[in-house]
Write a protein that binds this ligand. Structure first.
Ligand code: NAD
Ligand code: TYD
Length: 352
């Protein structure tokens, strides 16, 4: 799609962490583009993020509060006539998936299937499924990194649901010839990330001098990428990726959790005595590591922000935007569950 043309793109989950960063990038990369953001506004979507997006390009951006699993989206999509749909909407927190996987199946599997089926009816729509390296499972310390050909061996309910969504997307390409591409990225960090995930949680707890929970021995390894580089990769795959292909996205920045946490504490000038070792996460994946050779060689992507600069910028953003994360800190899983899922379960029981 030439950048000067009107490019109509549906973004789902655009009020979340990566989706909001993507909407900002996309609207500036495509000055004539229109974005319809379908986001249900779960606990992970901040109203202030939604407001920030609505001010970016008010004539080219709309937000619809709706569920990606809702078949009634058909009419809205038919009216918007998208050229592409980029699916960020998902339940994303591994710890929550261990407490209750049901919401993960609903959004990450049924939601993806619904979007595939609705866009298929529209005809010529490119579908970008934003996925994760967690679908490949865990590596041992000396294993080579995962490639796009590695088998899917997800360990957590979150990863199993994402792998399932990927398989539905690939099946839509193989069976119906649907124009589907998949990105699988490593752990992201950057602005607007909900402080349940490691990096924003450590920054926020450190600033408030609360203890920092380290699961198990803290020697688990994650491969980190700044969200801006992930969004550039998604935009490239959207415009240049080959239908039916999967593209891994990674800067090969593998770091043990404990070292990462120590580095953040040093940056914010807080003592290591805040670290508290807690019980390990059940089924905790030991190491993630991804090869991005394919996207580097076929599409010419490479990360632009080095890890240290990205981490410094992220710490600065959380220091400058305390109002953003402090207003989310009261959230707890019980309240979230009660508000989002318990009423629906009761309604179903009544109908039966
Ligand atoms: P997030 O949790 O910050 O945001 C998810 C967004 O989706 C929220 O705005 C939420 O309201 C919305 N949403 C959830 N369920 C919905 C539904 N049923 N209908 C409509 N909207 C719904 O997530 P994120 O970290 O920005 O992740 C975005 C995508 O990127 C996910 O698909 C995730 O699997 C993938 N991913 C994330 C990472 C990471 O490190 N965060 C890494 C690789 C891939
Ligand atoms: P997280 O940010 O939840 O991402 P993911 O589980 O999807 O990789 O966690 C990153 C790593 O940090 C993971 O190994 C779990 C660990 N962790 C802690 O040790 N303490 C915490 O409080 C959190 C949230 C995560």
């Amino acid at each position: 799609m030439p950048k000067e043309n009107e490019f109509r793109c549906v973004v789902t989950g655009g009020c979340g962490f990566i989706g909001s960063n993507f909407v900002g990038l996309f609207l500036s990369e495509y000055p004539q583009a229109k974005v319809l953001n379908i986001d249900r506004m779960t606990y992970a979507a901040h109203p202030q993020t939604a407001q920030m997006l609505s001010l970016l390009a008010p004539d080219r951006y709309q937000h619809l509060r709706a569920d990606i699993a809702d078949p009634q989206l058909e009419e809205i999509l038919a009216r918007f006539k998208p050229h592409a749909l980029v699916n960020f909407a998902a339940e994303t927190h591994v710890d929550k998936s261990i407490l209750d996987p049901s919401a993960f199946v609903q959004t990450n599997v049924a939601g993806v299937q619904n979007l595939l089926s609705l866009t298929r009816k529209l005809g010529d729509v490119r579908f970008v499924q934003v996925s994760t390296d967690e679908v490949y499972g865990s590596l041992n310390p000396d294993d080579p990194t995962f490639t796009e050909n590695s088998p899917l061996t997800p360990s957590s309910p979150y990863a199993a649901a994402k792998a399932s969504g990927d398989l539905f997307a690939l099946a839509a390409h193989h069976t119906f010839g649907q124009d589907v591409v998949i990105t699988r990225c490593t752990n992201n960090f950057g602005p607007y990330q909900y402080p349940e995930k490691l990096i924003p949680l450590v920054i926020a707890n450190a600033l408030e001098e609360k203890c920092i929970p380290i699961y198990g021995d803290g020697q688990q390894v994650r491969d980190w990428l700044h969200v801006s580089d992930h969004c550039r990769a998604i935009s490239l795959v959207l415009s240049e990726g080959t239908a039916g292909e999967v593209y891994n996205v990674s800067a090969s920045e593998e770091h043990a959790n404990l070292n990462l946490v120590r580095g953040i504490l040093k940056r914010v000038g807080k003592p290591e005595s805040l670290i508290q070792y807690v019980k390990d996460r059940p089924g905790h994946d030991r190491r993630y590591g991804l090869s991005a050779d394919k996207i580097r060689h076929t599409l010419g992507w490479k990360p632009l922000l080095n890890f240290e600069d990205g981490l410094n910028q992220t710490v600065d953003w959380y220091l400058e935007n305390t109002h953003w994360w402090q207003s989310l800190r009261d959230d707890n899983y019980a309240a979230y569950y009660a508000a989002n899922y318990a009423p629906k379960a009761q309604e179903q029981e009544t109908q039966l």
